[in-house]
Design a protein around this ligand. Structure first.
Ligand SMILES: N[C@@H](CCC(=O)N[C@@H](CS)C(=O)NCC(=O)O)C(=O)O
Ligand SMILES: [Fe+2]
Length: 361
């Protein structure tokens, strides 16, 4: 199975991307609104087809990226039926199974942190996505969102600690950089519910956590009751001037064929050296040559009246050029994906290219 664990440093949230190796069908668990572009880039680069976007619960500390992901991927939003959240496509309950290719996730209800918390368990029972029910050496607080410490005790003991000892625990958050645990480890070492803990011990511990309410609870909960659909129309951070995407590496990229059709509206910045510019790969008509090494000191030559597209041989140096331009405050900028190698592969037009078969000087 394809497996990626992603992290949002602001809310310390883990997002998980799981995919079937054979069919490329996938699921995305607990996406974060602000990390939407990153998640879409990875899904695109791994060539996955996301079928379901799952939330383990209605989060109180961050806005879910479920609605954004559904809109971008035409996936179905999955959440516990117990909340009555607007916009859920697949309201699930205990025992439901969500298949993606040869893989599947089984729904185990684990209320306590909230009344609709779910733990998703792989069909091979080697991974459990516990949300905030069981965390690494921790457990989700039970002091809001219809939380109940006795329910959480039962949920962890009956639904999570009954999984195989070597089943990995992947939590919804970790505030100390820990990434995963196992059922055996938590049964033994969890300071709230592990070892010889009795229900009374767990309740005593949880009732005295003394945590401040999450900073964004008043924004997050209402938004999450709509699956993270913004209250106003329109997608956030849309780039208007062209079909710019962000790669998983964080670089703004634009497809070469679109650039070829819009050359008149763009400033094409070629960052190779002069020998390459006039060399075998040729160059785009009207391209301006500023070698990458000189870009920082010649930045004032770049106009701000038109979007800038950067290009080099394979798209690496021009990716760095985008970084340099952004840092200099030039916003409408993108790297031509794949550079001139891809440009020629697509047989897009070059400056001063002789027609095939014309050998005259
Ligand atoms: N400090 C965080 C909130 C942390 C928090 O309350 N996390 C919840 C999960 S939504 C929890 O259950 N924490 C248990 C713990 O930290 O022990 C914020 O302001 O957003
Ligand atoms: Fe939570």
């Amino acid at each position: 199975m394809i497996f990626r664990q992603l992290f949002d440093p602001v809310s310390s949230t883990y997002t998980y991307l799981l995919g079937c190796d054979h069919s490329r069908d996938a699921v995305l668990i607990d996406p974060v609104f602000e990390q939407h572009s990153r998640d879409m880039a990875l899904i695109r680069e791994l060539q996955l087809q996301v079928r379901y976007v799952l939330d383990t619960h209605v989060h109180a500390d961050h806005v879910t990226g479920a609605w954004l992901a559904k809109t971008a991927l035409r996936a179905n939003i999955v959440l516990s039926k117990r909340y009555g959240v607007e916009g859920v496509d697949v309201p699930v309950d205990h025992g439901d199974v969500l298949a993606f290719g040869n893989c599947a996730l089984h729904v185990r209800i684990t209320p306590g942190h909230t009344n609709g918390c779910i733990t998703y368990v792989t069909n091979t029972q080697d991974m459990a996505f516990t949300g905030d029910s069981l965390m690494i050496r921790g457990a989700g607080r039970t002091d809001f969102q219809a939380g109940n410490v006795h329910d959480l005790w039962r949920s962890i003991r009956e639904q999570i600690f009954t999984l195989p000892d070597d089943c990995f625990i992947y939590p919804g958050h970790d505030y100390h950089g820990r990434t995963r645990s196992t059922v055996a480890e938590e049964k033994r070492f969890n300071p709230r519910i592990g070892g010889d803990a009795q229900e009374k011990d767990f309740v005593g511990y949880m009732d005295n956590l003394g945590l401040a309410h999450p900073k964004f609870i008043d924004i997050a909960v209402p938004a999450n009751m709509r699956c993270g659909r913004p209250a106003t129309e329109g997608l956030p951070e849309e780039i208007a001037w062209g079909p710019v995407t962000v790669t998983f590496a964080g670089i703004l990229e634009i497809p070469p064929d679109w650039v070829a059709r819009h050359l008149d509206e763009l400033y094409v910045l070629d960052v190779r050296d002069l020998v390459e510019f006039d060399g075998e790969l040729g160059h785009i008509e009207g391209a301006h040559l500023i070698p990458l090494d000189e870009l920082r000191e010649r930045i004032e030559e770049i106009p701000t009246s038109r979007p800038v597209v950067t290009i080099c041989q394979s798209g690496k140096r021009s990716g760095m050029a985008v970084e340099i331009l952004l840092r200099a405050g030039i916003k409408d900028v993108a790297n031509v994906a794949g550079g001139l190698i891809q440009w020629s592969r697509l047989a897009l037009p070059l400056d001063d290219v002789r027609p095939p078969g014309d050998w005259s000087i």
